[in-house]
Design a protein around this ligand. Structure first.
Ligand SMILES: NC(=O)c1ccc[n+]([C@@H]2O[C@H](COP(=O)([O-])OP(=O)(O)OC[C@H]3O[C@@H](n4cnc5c(N)ncnc54)[C@H](O)[C@@H]3O)[C@@H](O)[C@H]2O)c1
Length: 319
């Protein structure tokens, strides 16, 4: 019998970025139509060029700080530079992207009755005094520091999402993403995984900020996107916020030595002062995601690093 099920039409803002392009791949693979909206500030056409001939894919160059009129069933709001070097380049624009971008996308969702997911961040916890971080922790954020344009912008976006939900009964999903890595990360974005890999592949010294004992947990992109899509498709009464990330914790020194071992070469470790407001420790408590979404990460750091290294190897033509 012919299937008359309606095709799911999805808007992905920030769809030409690292996470957005992987999300788009996954949605197209399951049969959705995807409209990718991006101003290409940190994203790139290279991330979506394999999709340009797909009839269910459409790219729109647009800045989310301006209103957008489009008909879709679901909106994933990912547009925002995510790495400190990029979001600190034009901090006023970063806050505008989070806040005006959220207002514009929430307004659109309200008008067309679409469900909307916000790509929030573990940065809403700031330099946490609770470890690991659970969703009910309110955070420890400096409102006037150099990271505040990102952290406070994302916090304000969460407020807007919950107010649209309470005030206008909008179907929202607020997801707090922890450090994620994988192919299509920007090679010069200053994030630790891409930094270490690029430095190792180019035979340069590996830069460690501080003493290298600060820890992070790293989630491979495929795991993250699986969690994101199952959250979007979860029952309407589960709105979050929900942490999605990998709770396995590594020190920067452990990460550097794993990268060195996988890449080989003769890079040395060099130590530099810690930038201001850099959190000492960050680790998600993912009990809520496990219970509500039956989700947990499956890719080990070693396997994820191998795939990421292969990507950068080709991109940089390093060997
Ligand atoms: N990657 C992570 O580890 C991580 C962690 C926490 C949260 N997040 C969030 O996930 C989302 C995606 O992050 P990413 O790692 O893919 O970063 P990214 O920089 O690769 O992607 C962001 C995309 O948004 C686009 N963009 C930026 N400003 C825009 C604007 N005003 N209008 C339209 N497009 C705009 C960029 O061009 C880019 O394609 C971001 O909202 C980020 O805050 C990511």
């Amino acid at each position: 019998m012919k299937n008359y099920n309606k095709i799911n039409r999805v808007l992905v803002t920030g769809g030409a970025g690292f996470l957005g392009s992987h999300l788009t791949d996954k949605l197209l693979a399951r049969g959705d139509e995807v409209v990718c909206v991006d101003n290409l500030f940190t994203g790139s056409k290279r991330n979506i060029e394999h999709l340009l001939k797909n009839p269910r894919f459409e790219f729109v160059r647009h800045d989310v700080t301006f209103p957008l009129y489009i008909e879709v069933d679901q909106i994933y709001n990912l547009a925002c530079p995510a790495s400190p070097v990029h979001y600190q380049y034009d901090p006023v624009q970063t806050t505008k992207t989070s806040v005006h971008g959220a207002i514009n996308m929430l307004g659109l969702a309200k008008r067309i009755g679409a469900r909307i997911l916000q790509a929030s961040t573990s940065e809403v916890y700031g330099d946490p005094s609770v470890h690991p971080q659970t969703e009910d922790y309110w955070g420890n954020v400096n409102p006037i520091g150099i990271r505040s344009c990102y952290d406070e912008g994302k916090r304000c976006a969460e407020t807007l999402f919950f107010d649209y939900h309470r005030q206008h009964a909008l179907e929202i999903k607020v997801m707090r993403i922890f450090n994620t890595y994988g192919p299509r990360m920007h090679p010069n974005d200053g994030r630790v995984v891409s930094n270490f890999i690029v430095q190792a592949l180019q035979g340069e010294d590996i830069t460690i900020f501080g003493d290298g004992q600060q820890t992070r947990s790293f989630c491979y992109v495929d795991d993250l996107i699986t969690g994101m899509v199952s959250f979007m498709d979860s029952p309407a009464d589960f709105v979050g916020p929900v942490n999605i990330g990998n709770p396995s914790e590594f020190t920067m020194l452990e990460l550097a030595s794993m990268v060195l071992q996988l890449v080989g070469g003769k890079s040395q470790l060099v130590f530099r002062p810690l930038p201001s407001d850099d959190p000492r420790q960050r680790q998600p408590d993912i009990s809520l995601a496990k219970t509500k979404l039956a989700w947990q990460p499956t890719v080990s750091l070693e396997n994820g690093l191998k795939k990421t290294i292969s990507y950068f190897d080709v991109l940089l033509g390093s060997r």
